[in-house]
Design a protein around this ligand. Structure first.
Ligand code: B12
Ligand code: SF4
Length: 575
């Protein structure tokens, strides 16, 4: 049954909020390890001043708001006081989006709603909603375990068959390396869909979305049209693709390439994808698609056969091939898995270092609610249910009893892994400059192959020039002699390719040096915590009808068989 649902329900006024800050500090609500930053939290955290400092909005909130025909306000990164001030204005419903480690914050917010806005219904959503029995331990009226747009549409009485709209959003708010802002508008966000069918046992996102993929943009054509509109609105052709396994749908990805080539519009994409999907899609196609960054879960030495997605893959070779064509790789590894002991874990750490990715994420093996791993360890009685949820973030403690890693051994092992990876492979920014040089060297030789390759060579040259500005800063802050030497050699290699920096290039380098000196002082005297700014966005129906929206939004989906299926799924999920 896929007919539209339209009711005469009066419009509701809704607040959608993320949890309150401050973030990344030890207080009654959170922990210092739980930083609201991707790289500094779990990737480049040991790299000192060279760590990437990026803030990302709570994207799901804007997606839901943009797709609802009712007045919705989005409150992102509020303080507790700002949240109270907002709910005192009065709402029919307050949606709280949270993840497991932010459980206590969500519980506090729900009780604040009951106190200051008692007439509002409380809706819990996001990955924290998967916590077993959450409805009993947090005051609430609804818990949404899974996809949110369709649930919200049903809640407000909106037709589920309305086209999906995609807001034009920056993928990052703040983007600095060594205190130097990355120039130009940040890449735009693109959300083609949520979930992944691979269902790796530890994976929260796959399990949360029912081990299936729910597509918002069902075809390559829809993706292309969305990209074109967003790129024109935001003035950048680069996209950060928030999709767990973007290349898995090969047909859709190939159609996107065709569209780009047909219209001579060549976007760049940062993607998440698994080894098996990358191999099936092919590196040549990744170049044609304009992929500049790939996040790949290698997890553990593949010859242990722990993950089907990595069967038969040679990780080191794959990474080398990708970097040789200018695609930076973030390799992800899991530490303190069941087979790990203090004696054998170094082998897996060294494996992740040896693949020579641009950067590495190390995460502790963390069973999170709703995953297969969680059920299995719970059944075995190994889950540490006494450990407060604030600690369930995978960057300090294990939330299960691993007899080989008692006390703080897991934390030490994790710290040691990040430190060694940095010292052996140098800073991530150095490696990213190197990848752009390697890519330019390869692709420029193929520039005459097609218009696509010609554009890709030009893009790589521009990227190389932009990143090369950082080389003096990298040298001045090198972690060891090896990094200093590597950065000096790379600078010479760039000079040999395109000559010495011109006046503008020299000025940019001097500017970067000054900013990095300031950043080092800031770190020394004020510490490294940076809080994201509060963002309040009003999505009003009247504004939308008058053609005014706080963010540009685009109707992107046609009613395809895929979205029909999705509607069926949404009926089931919402009932
Ligand atoms: C972007 C991101 C971040 C950003 C956070 C941005 C922000 N402002 O919150 C950064 C990089 C800072 C970050 C940090 C962390 N993250 Co994070 N992050 C993600 C990521 C990659 C994408 C989330 C996203 O935008 N998805 C796209 C949108 C459209 O989907 P969505 O958010 O899930 O929203 C949909 C539904 O969930 C639902 N929904 C969401 N909220 C609500 C609210 C209501 C009311 C309703 C009805 C529905 C609803 O509807 C939406 C549309 O369908 C996910 C993985 C993933 N691919 O989803 C991990 C993920 C959410 N992060 C996770 C974790 C654990 C963390 C960290 C602890 C770091 C870490 N150790 O991994 C820190 C914690 C930071 C903090 N202090 O809170 C886990 C959560 C696990 C869990 N079960 O709770 C995830 C799932 C990754 C994983 N490990 O599997 N993260
Ligand atoms: S391939 Fe990646 S996104 Fe998909 S289930 Fe496995 S870990 Fe999750």
């Amino acid at each position: 049954m896929t007919q539209a649902i339209v009711t005469d329900t009066p419009r509701k006024k809704i607040l959608l909020s993320g949890v309150f800050g401050p973030f990344g500090v030890d207080d009654q609500w959170g922990r210092k390890e739980n930083i609201m930053e991707l790289f500094h939290n779990q990737v480049t955290k040991a790299q000192g001043a060279a760590s990437f400092r990026f803030h990302h909005r709570s994207f799901g909130l804007y997606f839901m708001a943009a797709n609802m025909k009712t007045d919705v306000n989005v409150l992102d990164f509020p303080s507790r006081e700002r949240f109270i001030e907002e709910i005192k204005k009065g709402y029919d419903a307050v949606g709280i989006s949270f993840i497991t480690p932010n459980f206590v914050k969500a519980r506090e917010m729900a009780s604040l709603v009951r106190e200051h806005c008692p007439s509002a219904e409380i809706i819990l959503g996001g990955h924290g909603a998967a916590i077993e029995g959450v409805e009993e331990i947090i005051e609430c009226d609804h818990v949404v375990k899974g996809e949110g747009i369709y649930w919200m549409r049903k809640y407000i009485g909106q037709s589920l068959l309305d086209p999906i709209v995609h807001p034009a959003l920056p993928s990052t708010e703040m983007q600095r390396i060594f205190g130097v802002p990355v120039p130009g508008p940040t890449a735009s966000l693109l959300v083609p869909g949520v979930g992944c069918v691979n269902a790796c046992s530890f994976c929260s996102t796959s399990h949360f979305f029912g081990k299936k993929y729910t597509s918002y943009l069902g075809s390559g054509k829809e993706i292309f049209n969305t990209c074109r509109q967003i790129a024109d609105a935001r003035g950048t052709d680069a996209f950060f693709v928030m999709d767990e396994n973007f290349l898995k749908d090969r047909e859709r990805a190939m159609e996107l390439i065709d569209e780009m080539e047909k219209h001579s519009r060549f976007f760049n994409f940062h993607v998440f994808s698994s080894c098996e999907a990358i191999t099936a899609f092919g590196i040549e196609n990744m170049v044609r698609m304009g992929i500049t960054f790939a996040w790949i879960g290698f997890e553990s030495k593949t010859d242990q056969g722990a993950f089907e997605k990595n069967n038969g893959i040679k990780p080191k070779e794959l990474v080398r091939q990708l970097r040789d064509v200018g695609i930076s790789v973030l390799g992800s590894g899991i530490l303190c898995m069941e087979h790990h002991t203090p004696e054998n874990i170094q082998e897996d750490i060294d494996f992740m270092i040896d693949i020579e990715a641009d950067t590495v994420q190390f995460m502790l093996f963390t069973p999170l609610p709703v995953t297969g791993l969680y059920s299995r360890l719970k059944k075995k009685g190994l889950l540490r249910e006494d450990l407060p949820f604030e600690e369930w973030h995978g960057q300090k403690m294990l939330n299960w009893d691993h007899h080989a890693f008692p006390g703080d051994l897991a934390e030490h092992t994790l710290k040691g892994a990040f430190k060694k990876e940095f010292e052996v492979n140098s800073s991530t920014i150095y490696r990213i400059v190197e990848t752009s040089v390697r890519g330019y060297e390869t692709i420029r030789r193929r520039a005459s192959d097609s218009e696509n390759y010609k554009v890709r060579a030009r893009q790589l040259r521009a990227r190389m020039l932009e990143y090369a500005t950082m080389l003096p800063v990298i040298k001045a802050n090198a972690v060891n002699d090896l990094e200093y030497q590597r950065a000096s050699d790379l600078d010479e290699r760039i000079t040999a390719l395109i000559g010495k920096p011109d006046v503008k290039g020299r000025l940019l380098r001097a500017g970067a040096m000054a900013l990095s000196a300031y950043w080092n002082l800031r770190l020394k005297y004020k510490g490294d915590v940076i809080q994201p700014k509060t963002i309040f966005t009003e999505f009003k129906v009247a504004d939308r009808e008058a053609g005014k929206t706080p963010l540009k939004i685009f109707e992107v989906s046609e009613i395809t068989p895929l979205s029909q299926d999705l509607n069926k799924a949404a009926f089931v999920a919402a009932d």
